[in-house]
Design a protein around this ligand. Structure first.
Ligand code: C2O
Ligand code: CU
Ligand code: CU
Length: 487
């Protein structure tokens, strides 16, 4: 009982007064029984049209979900009541989507990590009104990666994601399929989200930790509370996604075993790296491979990593290895031949300052202001300095490597291709960024803090990708009400 409370006096106060502040909301350690089989989001089957395009249908909807026995929690989801299906495609595929908005309000659906034309990006400008359908389409043209999708409505992203709209979007190629890739068997999605529930089972939607946003005291994995996973192979690949609004996780196992990192946000690593811990801030992904002996059990968990968004200690999911395990082939020594992202000698350098008022370079997000104009296909150095609270930084239609953090090489788990980077307070990061190649001077992409409360409060900027040489002709002001249906 003591574990639930900060202290015994607190427990007594709680019993006497119902003092909510006495709940220890930074840990669930010791409170779980791991009694629910973890949900594996289904793979979404496309139909294939005459042109060979894979067509997918996604329907945003509201419903209820039974996270706790006998309690119906009002939630949102895609093709279901909570979260959405996993989409899996191959490099080179042509894809098209019908995204139906069956919610009672406007939303959007953004493809986080995808390289695609700005009009297809699903950012704040591609609004889907209640009852309407949005039909984006593009060709998958990037290395294998674990990407994801989620709403991106300006000032409403936190709420829409929190209510449950999010899902995985896996891109495969010849290299990625040499790794464990039997979905749901030895290739397991692990979507980590913290939630704050009210007594009646509904989700609390109030910001409870200024200045970071909404931090929960309960963890859902793929939408399952108190979960376990049975595995039947000697090597299991986890695709970890921090799908939380604000919380960061210092990931490892209860028995401190080592595991191998094989990929970051934007793709696979050249070779596997053995590690014991890795940090995931909101929006970040990591692919890891864990080895199991028959009959053993371990708990994937988050260790206390600091203050602010890292101030937590959570058990995530228990993994139980079968008595009989299929023998997995050894991991390839070289996973990907994809060359590292390097910038040319004369690369453009852009500077960004993150400050305590959730501003970037002194400005709040403006839907009608273009902040950066970038030549198509360019590689640049972005230098981001955080003089505020803890933040992170995500760039649409791009992949980057971290050159350094405060002048030092980043930790090993952050050395691969990424699209989101954690920037603790007092840190300057330098990124080598590879931008997309679809010019469109009228439709912006976003860069922003992925702590969704900060993003919604204006910590976001807009850039357009243009035909090289046309930068100076681009209008820095978008016409109001043309692309969009109002603010
Ligand atoms: Cu995951 Cu601009 O978002
Ligand atoms: Cu994104
Ligand atoms: Cu932030």
């Amino acid at each position: 009982m003591k574990r639930y409370f900060r202290s015994i006096p607190c427990l007594l106060l709680f019993l006497a007064l119902g003092l909510a502040g006495c709940w220890d909301d930074t840990t669930n350690v010791g409170t779980l029984q791991f009694k629910n089989p973890v949900n594996i989001p289904p793979l979404l089957e496309p139909t294939i049209d005459n042109a060979g395009t894979k067509r997918f249908t996604l329907t945003m909807q509201s419903g209820t979900t039974e996270f706790f026995k006998g309690k119906d929690t009002p939630t949102w989801g895609i093709n279901g009541s909570y979260l959405g299906p996993t989409i899996r495609v191959s490099r080179g595929d042509q894809v098209s989507f019908e995204v139906n908005n069956n919610l009672k309000e406007t939303s959007t659906l953004h493809w986080h990590g995808m390289r695609l034309p700005a009009e297809m990006d699903g950012g704040p400008h591609q609004m889907i009104e209640a009852g309407e359908t949005w039909k984006p389409h593009w060709t998958i043209d990037q290395p294998a990666a674990t990407t994801w999708y989620h709403p991106h409505l300006h000032e409403k992203t936190a709420l829409h994601v929190y209510r449950g709209i999010a899902g995985l979007f896996l891109i495969e190629d010849e290299e990625s399929t040499k790794l464990p890739s039997d979905y749901g068997v030895d290739d397991i999605p692990i979507i980590i989200q913290d939630k704050l529930f009210q007594g009646n089972g509904s989700l609390s939607e109030k910001v409870n930790l200024e200045p970071f946003g909404l931090l929960g005291n309960q963890i859902l994995i793929n939408g399952t509370h108190d979960p376990y996973l049975k595995v039947t192979s000697s090597q299991i690949r986890f695709r970890l996604l921090n799908g939380s609004n604000a919380r960061g996780y210092t990931i490892g196992f209860s028995d401190n075993r080592t595991f191998r990192l094989i990929g970051n946000d934007a793709g696979l690593l050249p070779e596997p790296v053995s590690i014991e811990r890795l940090l995931l801030s909101p929006g970040e992904r990591a692919e890891i491979v864990i080895e199991f002996k028959p009959g053993e059990e371990t708990i994937l968990r988050s260790f206390k990593g600091g203050d602010g968004i890292l101030n937590g200690e959570f058990e995530l999911i228990k993994i139980i290895a079968d008595q009989q395990l299929a023998n997995s082939p050894p991991l390839p020594k070289q996973i990907t031949k994809e060359p590292p992202i390097e910038v040319p000698g004369q690369a453009t350098e852009r500077k960004f300052r993150l400050t305590t008022e959730s501003k970037i370079n002194g400005k709040k997000m403006d839907m009608y202001r273009i902040d950066q104009v970038i030549p198509a296909g360019s590689r640049e150095i972005w230098v981001i300095t955080n003089n505020g609270w803890d933040h992170n930084f995500h760039i649409h239609d791009a992949a980057f490597t971290i050159l350094d953090k405060n002048g030092k090489a980043p930790p090993v788990y952050e050395r691969g291709r990424k699209d989101t980077v954690f920037i603790p307070k007092g840190t300057t990061v330098r990124l080598a960024v590879d931008f997309g190649s679809y010019p469109d001077p009228d439709t912006p992409y976003m860069y922003h803090c992925h702590l969704l409360y900060h993003e919604d409060s204006g910590m976001m900027g807009q850039f357009v990708i243009v035909e090289p040489g046309t930068e100076s002709q681009v209008s820095r002001q978008l016409p109001e009400g043309e692309n969009d249906h109002g603010h």
